[in-house]
Ligand binder design. Sequence first.
Ligand code: GLU
Length: 500
Amino acid sequence: MTSKDTPVRVRFAPSPTGHVHLGSARTALYNYLIAHQTGGQFVLRLEDTDQKRYVPGSEQELMDGLRWLGLEWDEGLDIGGPYGPYRQTERKEIYQKYAQQLIDSGHAYYCFCSPQRLERVRKQQMRDKVPAHYDGTCRRLDPDEAATRVAHGEAHVVRFKMPREGSITVIDRLRGPITYENRNLDDYIIVKSDGLALYHLAAISDDHMMKITHVIRGSEWLSTFPLHAHIIRAFGWEEPQWLHLSVFLRPSGKGKMSKRESGELLKDGYSIYIKDLEELGYLPEAVVNWIALMGWSYDDHTEFFNMPDLIEKFSLDRLNPSPAAINFSKLDHFNGLHIRALSLSDLAARVKPFLEKADYQVDDDRLLKIAPIIQERLVTFEDVVEVAGFFFEETVNPNFEDLVGKNMTPSDSAQAARKACELLASLPEITPQAAEQPLRALAGQLGLKPGQFFGILRVAVTGRKVSPPLLESMAVIGREKVLERLQNAIQMLENTPRAS
Ligand code: GLU
C-alpha cells in the first residue's frame, strides 16, 4: 500500500516516562525507515499529558537516544515544524476545542462523579463479578443542565459516549480486520478534571492535525485501538493506516521482561535500554541492524544491513506479527560485524573514549596502529580496555604463574626469555617480517613448542595470556619497551617468589 512514490507522514509519539527501550527504538526505526523510503516525513511528538508519570530528564534522553541511533526527525520537539507545538502539554486549547466539538455533536458528555463514588461502583462491580466499567450515571444527564453545572465551576471530566450496541471493525495492516463489540467498551475519560486531554483524544487530534498517514506503534495499543477508531469516526476524519508491531519477549521467549530482570541483565553486560547499550560499547549501527530484524525480514538469509540498505529494502509487508524473543548473542554478533565494517580511523576514534574512561592517556598515532590488530577481536567497544589497554601502560605486571611456560620450570622459562631477548636485540627492527622466522627457529633449538615459547613472550610483553597477535603487538609497543619488558620478566622468573 505504501509505494516508494507515495510519501507518508508518520510519527513517533513516546511518553517521557523513563528510559528509551528496545521496543520504542524499533517503533521509531520502522517509522523513520518508511518515511525516508517514500520521501515523506518522520515526526517526533511528545505525549506528556500524564504528568504524574513524567520522569525528568527522559525527554532529553529520548532525543539523545534517537540521534545516537541515527534516527533524526524532520519535524518535532526541539526543531519545530509546520504543525507544532509538538509537546502535548502545549496544545491544551486545541484539545479543549475538539472535546467541545464532541460534546456538541453528542459523542461526549460531562461527568461529575466523584472519585469516591466511582470507587464504590468499582467495588460493587467486583462483588457482582462484572468487568469494571463506568455505570453511565452522567451519560443520562440533560446536556444543558450539565453545561450549566460546568459553567458554575463544578468539578468534572469529559467522557466519550461509547455506542452501547453494535460493533466496530478496524483494520490493522499486520492483522487484517479486527471487530470489537461496543458493549465491551467503556465510556472512557477523554478530558481529565484539570482540563487536560487524556492521551486518547490528544493523540487522535494530533494525528489528524499533523496529517499523519500511517500510525505505526506497539501492539500494547491494540486494546485502545477501537476507542481511537470511534473517536476518529465521531469527528468524521479520514483514518490513517494502522499498524501495531509485535511485542518483545524475554530471551527465553516466555513473557515480557520485567524492570527487575532488566536490572539483572546489566550485570551480564546487556541491557534493553538504549542509553546502557551505548555505554556498554555497542555500535548504533549494530543496534539498528539487530532491532530491524526483530519483527521484519528481507529474505531468509540476508542479515547485514546498514541504514541506507534498510531504507531501500524495508517493507511494511514483510513485518511479522508474532512476538520476537530478545536475543543478545545476536546483538554481539551484529556488533562484531559492524565493528569489522568500520574504517580503521573510525574504529580508532570510536574506541578512544572507552580507553580514556579507563584512564588511559591515548596517543592517536599509536591507536591508529593498534586498530587493525584489534578489529577482529572486539565484541563491544568496551572490550578495548581489556584487549588493548596494555599498549598504553608504562609497565605491565604479569602474574608469575602465567610467565612460567606450560610444563616448564621458572628457570627454563627465564632461559627461553633471555634467548628471545638477545635475539630480538640483535635484529635491526622488531616486526613480524623480521622476527617471526628467527623466533620460531629459536623455539626449535630450545626444544620448545611454539605455544610454550610464544606464551612466555606474550605474558612478558603484554602482561596477558590472551592478546592481539604478538609480533604485531611488539611492533606497536616498540623495540625499547619490548626489551625492557622481557628483562623484567626474566628477573621475575629468576627470583622465584616465596611460596605464599
Ligand atoms: N504515547 C504512546 C507511547 O508512549 C504512543 C502511542 C501511539 O503511538 O499512539 O507509547
